[in-house]
Design a protein around this ligand. Structure first.
Ligand SMILES: Nc1ncnc2c1ncn2[C@@H]1O[C@H](COP(=O)(O)OP(=O)(O)OP(=O)(O)O)[C@@H](O)[C@H]1O
Ligand SMILES: Nc1ncnc2c1ncn2[C@@H]1O[C@H](COP(=O)(O)OP(=O)(O)OP(=O)(O)O)[C@@H](O)[C@H]1O
Ligand SMILES: [Mg+2]
Ligand SMILES: [Mg+2]
Lengths: 264, 264
């Protein structure tokens, strides 16, 4: 099972949109996919149209009470299962802070399902706190969605330091697989400058850095209102607007991800 | 002095872009304006082109050590002063958590400068933690930037509850002045639906709610690449692209804000 976390502490850059639609694209291509909503905002859960019953277990129960992954994952389509989140998760960081194995809880839960899925995709919220650390400790690969804007680049350094620290102290096999430009506006000089900056930065990474070998994905996710509309219907872009640029781009990104050799 | 906080825990919705360009527009219209960067990401500080010297005091020193406001504010243009932020602010919430008067520190600092400025605008980060609570306790008015997307609406309820709680327990004169739609894409059905939802929601607010009387600003801030470019030059939209839609829209928004009666 290949496990990937979608991470960026900057808000509103396309993490959830990427996590949900890449997961759906991989499932359509015949892969068994587990999508984990690790954000108290629960946007991935909303996006796939999951409405929780009051007693339904969520990622909170898995992390804090150790509820088995098989009891928490719900099927939302062919070959696509989701571990939902809820607002309960807001208190998880505080509750876990004082407990043992607080950074390895997700990792231990995932160890139980390596046979069941081909891919595990984790949607992280806009934070570098304990929940996101759990993701960094649990997965092998990180994908960083980035809006091609100046202010978006400012946080990248801190994100990469956090990844480097997680690799050094908790998860030696962690690496950044790539950066994907989201909400891309073709033909703007700003987007081109950011692309060039990121490409150059990745190309010049020293061999000991976790982003050595990371690529700037060739697939650019174009700004497309259909991608903003489909969460309101609880559907992925492939169900909502299969002919759209949004569907085209996320299908291409999923293929590009699948083509990455899983060990360099 | 009218004091306004720009607040939304959802990331990347246009808080900083709104705080900086409304502050600049008001200053151009002859008002003395203080802009406070209350976000450890320090995007407002970057946006106005402030480069800090290593020993320069920031909002961190004001909040945690009680450094006088007059020693922290820097002039960045005619009638526009800025209290900068820095990454030091990341630890402020933790450091303040155990100390006395932790929610009223910004309020006490602002009390010292009511004569010096006509407007104080506070740019908050994407969080509802102790820093944002300091803003809610210190200001009279809240402006909520909102991206006209489905997922953006999901967090609004929690934001409004937080405002209601702050008013009830710490700041009885707090109210929501309005919601401004940012990154608006004209002609999309989604934007129209969100506009209608928000307008109806505000219109039906019960009299005891802090958003009773709040308006959906008539000014829509259109998506305009110039607004994303100018932070990279450390300039406001009025210096960078005075003829752009971005400049037009933020000038109109500032006039609309100025026209709001300061007591309903
Ligand atoms: N390519 C796109 N074109 C148009 N809208 C998009 C695109 N990608 C995402 N959006 C919309 O932009 C908003 C932000 O995207 P999204 O929620 O995926 O970001 P995020 O990084 O997960 O945010 P958060 O930090 O809050 O978790 C959402 O309303 C989403 O529907
Ligand atoms: N109307 C607009 N048109 C185009 N780009 C915009 C517009 N408003 C903001 N942006 C850009 O979108 C990004 C997000 O905006 P901004 O940083 O103001 O949001 P924010 O709510 O302050 O984010 P954060 O939650 O991280 O503080 C920035 O790169 C900004 O330059
Ligand atoms: Mg998200
Ligand atoms: Mg901001």
């Amino acid at each position: 099972m290949r496990s990937l976390a979608i991470i960026n502490q900057k808000g509103g850059v396309g993490k959830t949109t990427t996590a949900v639609n890449v997961a759906a694209a991989l499932a359509r291509d015949g892969q068994n996919v587990l999508l984990i909503d690790l954000d108290p905002q629960s946007h991935a859960t909303l996006h796939v149209g999951l409405e929780l019953t009051p007693e339904q277990p969520t990622i909170y129960d898995l992390l804090v009470d150790g509820t088995a992954l098989g009891d928490v994952a719900c099927s939302v389509g062919e070959r696509l299962a989701v571990i939902p989140s809820s607002v309960d998760l807001v208190s998880a960081e505080l509750e876990l802070a004082g407990r043992d194995a607080r950074e390895t809880r997700l990792r231990r839960a995932l160890a139980a399902c390596r046979e069941a899925y081909d891919y595990c995709i984790v949607d992280c919220g806009p934070s570098l706190g304990l929940l996101t650390v759990n993701a960094l400790v649990a997965v092998q690969e990180v994908i960083i969605p980035l809006q091609p804007h100046f202010l978006a680049l400012q946080g990248l350094g801190r994100l990469l330091e956090t990844i480097a620290r997680a690799r050094q102290s908790l998860n030696p096999e962690l690496r950044v697989t790539g950066v994907v430009l989201c909400m891309h506006e073709h033909g703007t000089r700003l987007a081109q400058e950011v692309r060039d900056d990121v490409a150059q930065f990745l190309a010049s990474a020293a061999p000991d850095r976790p982003w050595h070998g990371a690529r700037l994905f060739a697939t650019l996710i174009r700004r497309n209102i259909k991608l903003a509309e489909c969460p309101s219907f609880g559907r992925t872009i492939f169900d909502y607007a299969p002919g759209s640029h949004g569907a085209e781009d996320y299908a291409a990104l999923a293929r590009e991800i699948a083509a990455v050799a899983s060990s360099p």
